[in-house]
Write a protein that binds this ligand. Structure first.
Ligand code: WTA
Length: 649
């Protein structure tokens, strides 16, 4: 089906969608893509108004775009209810009894919620929130396992205009505390626990620990998932099911301003403190709706499955808001991909007839390592479209995904985007774009992507530079919560009126974008962003640690692994502060995903004369074992030669 243009250089392998796929797709030729892309760039207001009209607005907008760089408003004057668009809209368009969520728990329990049932549950929970004093604009922290109630909680918040902030269930109590304090949350929605790799993750215990230090939370609503005994504090904690019993299953969805805040999601940056990325209602919904429609080519008989967690932006945009706004049937799975073994995902694909499968390169690499016998045991013929997100996909992984999972039949959409962009920005359209392993290919409609050099000139083909977006787009972040200056400084400081993504990239002669990786001190571990500064400050918070420097190193499965260089305080004996204690300390401070792969104790770190740690040197040392770059600014040369000897051991 897919045509392979022969070449021995991996960059030259080109795969075109089959004629059969193209014929049925929404965008079926490159000519159509170019025509629509041109309109979206030349006349963004006309383009986006047409898309927005497919959604339900309680009051039509006055102006599509109001751009005062770096602050933007979309669909100003318009009023809508995001939840109504994702749920209620489907009760009258023929989808009422269609499955919205097909859920499977890790232990094997199953549930199906139709749009009608989802509506009842969301309404009930919106009433529960209101009965518990949650109002529009209040911040609500959500810390849940991957159960339908996670999505229900998010939708119910949106329905009443409350601003949710989901914290990934793998993050620690300290991470919860940081986010409670920064957002000023007044309510928490959590569960007793969840299942992961056969074990119970005790979510409520972590919430309790955070709430011992943060006193602003008046209500904590607890969903019962595992039935384990937990602590319920009288006057503050209530059970979801008991509250729901008292609540009505109807609830009027009020219209909110298009720029009403929808959610805050924290993500890592170059400094220690995670940034609260703020997304608002109208533009975000239009962006996620439209990208789902064209990039996943969603249709009514699809069974769509995105394997992300709702704790990440991918879960927000491509499990909750985008797919539900499209009225698709989706699979949601609670647990680990390798539980009870590496066949779990393929078992789910076969069982539910998944047609569209969206996952991360790190998962694909883990599957390759586990062996072909797992996918070989399952019938994957229902699949028609595959996707990846989170990091650059290496061509070997792309080829395996294409051949082993897609049988050479399914287009792969390698989607580049960020927490900040809200929706996919660079990606093939499955019915028309020729794909090459390793590139996210071309910008989506309305996305004016370019690669600039330090002076702001556009780079020529194959010349590396910074990835930027030159025009505002509907689902872009509006600010960093509570810190407009940091928003300006982080994204709009390199070039006037232009968004810098923080990624290095180049284009090839066909205009395809190749993402090289982050330019700032952000690591990408298993597709998840972690700031080196965050890990460093976690290390330094240990009483025995004087100083720490963290760098990434290529890792076979995770993409990047974490290597830490640590100097202990005077008088601390190294035997006391073992590797294991420090690794555990970081995991406790941030979460297991931040646990360093290697810790090297060193009497000193390489520094400039002004005292700045030279991470560039450490990076080179771990990558190559030596240092070739300019080290004349180094204060003490012996530090490097000692480290070199140490690393060889
Ligand atoms: C990286 C995840 C290459 C990139 C949606 C970006 C990618 C960061 C891709 C955002 C891709 C994401 N190809 N790199 N297809 N997708 N990235 O905020 O470095 O968790 O800046 O959003 O992941 O990570 P975030």
């Amino acid at each position: 089906m897919s045509k392979k243009i022969e070449s021995h250089l991996s960059e030259n392998r080109i795969f075109k969608p089959s004629r059969e796929f193209s014929k049925k797709a929404r965008v079926s030729s490159m000519a159509q893509y170019r025509r629509m892309y041109k309109e979206s760039i030349d006349k963004p207001a006309a383009f986006w108004a047409r898309e927005a009209r497919e959604l339900h607005w309680q009051k039509r907008w006055k102006k599509v775009l109001d751009w005062k760089p770096p602050f933007v408003k979309w669909f100003t004057g318009g009023r809508l209810n995001v939840c109504e668009n994702c749920v209620d809209r489907h009760l009258t368009n023929g989808r009422k009894n269609k499955a919205a969520i097909i859920w499977e728990g890790e232990p094997g329990d199953k549930r199906i919620l139709t749009y009608h049932q989802l509506h009842q549950e969301v309404c009930r929970f919106a009433n529960v929130l209101e009965a518990n004093g949650v109002k529009a604009k209040d911040r609500v922290l959500i810390y849940m396992p991957m159960v339908p109630e996670a999505a229900i909680a998010m939708l119910a918040c949106a329905r009443i205009g409350a601003v949710h902030s989901v914290v990934f269930g793998g993050f620690s109590a300290e991470s919860i505390l940081d986010r409670l304090e920064d957002s000023g949350a007044t309510a928490v929605i959590t569960a007793d626990g969840g299942y992961r790799r056969g074990k119970i993750v005790e979510l409520k215990t972590s919430v309790d620990e955070a709430l011992r230090k943060y006193k602003g939370v008046k209500r904590c609503i607890v969903y019962q998932r595992t039935g384990e005994k937990i602590n319920m504090r009288r006057g503050r904690d209530v059970w979801w099911h008991k509250e729901a019993e008292k609540a009505s299953s109807s609830h009027e969805p009020k219209g909110f301003d298009s720029e009403h805040p929808l959610f805050i999601l924290y993500t890592s940056g170059s400094t220690g403190k995670p940034k609260g990325i703020l997304h608002t209602s109208g533009g975000y919904l239009v962006g996620t709706y439209t990208t789902c429609k064209y990039i996943f080519d969603m249709r009514d008989d699809d069974v769509y499955w995105c394997t992300a967690d709702v704790g990440w932006i991918t879960g927000h945009s491509y499990i909750v808001f985008g797919p539900l706004a499209n009225g698709v049937t989706q699979v949601m799975y609670e647990g680990a991909p390798n539980y009870p073994d590496f066949g779990r995902f393929w078992n789910i694909v076969e069982k539910y007839g998944v047609t569209t499968f969206y996952t991360a390169p790190t998962a694909i690499r883990a599957f390759i390592k586990a062996g072909d016998k797992f996918p070989d045991r399952h019938d994957l013929s229902s699949l028609r479209l595959l996707g990846t997100v989170g990091e650059p996909i290496n061509p070997e992984a792309w080829m395996w995904y294409h051949e082993k999972i897609g049988s050479g039949r399914c287009p792969i959409v390698d989607t580049w985007w960020q927490t900040e962009t809200g929706a996919i920005m660079i990606s093939p359209l499955p019915g028309c774009t020729p794909t090459k392993p390793g590139t996210a290919t071309l910008p989506f409609f309305g996305v004016d992507a370019a690669i600039l050099d330090d002076e702001g000139n556009e780079c020529s083909a194959d010349e590396g530079g910074r990835l930027v977006i030159r025009k505002p787009w509907p689902s872009m972040l509006r600010t960093i919560y509570g810190d407009r200056n940091r928003y300006r400084k982080t994204y709009w400081n390199d070039y006037k009126g232009i968004y810098t993504a923080g990624d290095g990239a180049r284009t090839d002669k066909d205009g395809n974008f190749w993402i090289v990786g982050r330019l700032d001190d952000v690591l990408n571990v298993s597709g998840h962003r972690l700031g080196t500064a965050e890990v460093e400050s976690a290390l330094v918070s240990h009483p025995d640690v004087a100083e720490a420097a963290v760098v990434g190193r290529p890792h076979e499965i995770k993409g990047q692994g974490i290597v830490a260089f640590v100097t202990l305080k005077e008088g601390v004996r190294t035997a006391q502060t073992t590797d294991k204690i420090l690794k555990g300390h970081v995991a406790k401070a941030i979460g297991a995903i931040a646990r360093p792969d290697e810790i090297h104790l060193t009497p000193a770190l390489p520094k400039t004369r002004s005292g700045k740690i030279m991470r560039r040197i450490l990076k080179e040392l771990v990558a190559t074992g030596g240092v070739t770059g300019n080290i004349t600014t180094l204060e003490d040369f012996s530090v490097v030669s000692n480290l070199q000897k140490n690393l060889k051991k």
